[in-house]
Design a protein around this ligand. Sequence first.
Ligand SMILES: Cc1cc2nc3c(=O)[nH]c(=O)nc-3n(C[C@H](O)[C@H](O)[C@H](O)COP(=O)(O)O)c2cc1C
Length: 328
Amino acid sequence: MPDSLYHPIKIGPSLVAEGNMFLAPLAGFTDTAFRSLCVEYGANATFSEMVSAEGLARESSKTSALMERAVNESLFAVQLFMNSPDPAIRALPLVTAEKPDIIDINCGCPVPKVVKTGAGAALLKSPDAIFRIVKAITNETDIPVTVKIRSGWDSSSINYLETAAAAVEGGAVLITLHARTRVQGYSGQADHTHITSLKKHSTVPIFGSGDLFTPEDARSMLTETGADGVMFARGAIGNPFIFTQTRQLLINGIKQQEISRTARAEAFLRHLDMAVKAKGEAHACREMRKHAGAYIKGYPGSAAVRRDIVQAEARRDYYAILNRWVES
Ligand SMILES: Cc1cc2nc3c(=O)[nH]c(=O)nc-3n(C[C@H](O)[C@H](O)[C@H](O)COP(=O)(O)O)c2cc1C
């Protein structure tokens, strides 16, 4: 057992993460700007949005842009989704050209469009397909392969021990378990006892995912399940502070004060500036509307800000709105 709940993680034979708080893959959210911001606040590894191996294999430039890494991402995983080894193998040269530190396989996406192709959470129904996909990739590349699973398809087919074992048998060096079923989607409670049980049975590091909204949630998951690390997802949206706060809590037992409006506005505007740099002003300003609400949630005056943000089209609009909020 490591001395501290915050500790390095060995991923395969030669990769080490400095700490055990990762930023989850979040389609529509974890682009280079948001990932980069989370690294500044202490995320130890970052995952791309899920990328279609089939789309890549057809050389879609939009999907390959999802694999770009920000300069400060020193441990970056590209997450792929596919239904079988074939698209993975065809996509692999494009993936390896980007030199990710990790290739992560998505076995958890519940979205019908993905599941009906046999990818994402549909793979949970076929541990053998998971084995074959991971094996095919590990045969072709030395880049460590990790796998993100859910507890099972539904409550009557909980099979995380089997799917994780298939992934490890294929060569996966770390497993993340989102402790919900596909049928649960993102609702209901994650069942952290599944993480406890997987950790007991596993020979590779286990990361836990599901309902991590506060530093205390992360501490409880680590102590109660014995998981090697945590992956923040919705809890990090509009809240990169969760990384700094969790680190403080795990290392020093310090429970942090509420984040000030100024600090929230500063983080949002830094996020905005990085997004503008990556995507251009008009595109970034449209996309940042979905992040903005999360930065100000629960604070007085947030309803007015949300109303104004719907109309924000330029960087200066956001600066004016946020400055008004801080001074109100
Ligand atoms: C908007 C959204 C997008 C997501 N996109 C992905 C994805 O691309 N790949 C993936 O493996 N999981 C994805 N997830 C699942 C998260 O990584 C995480 O496992 C899940 O949200 C549970 O954690 P939480 O309850 O702490 O949010 C997504 C979740 C949300 C809410």
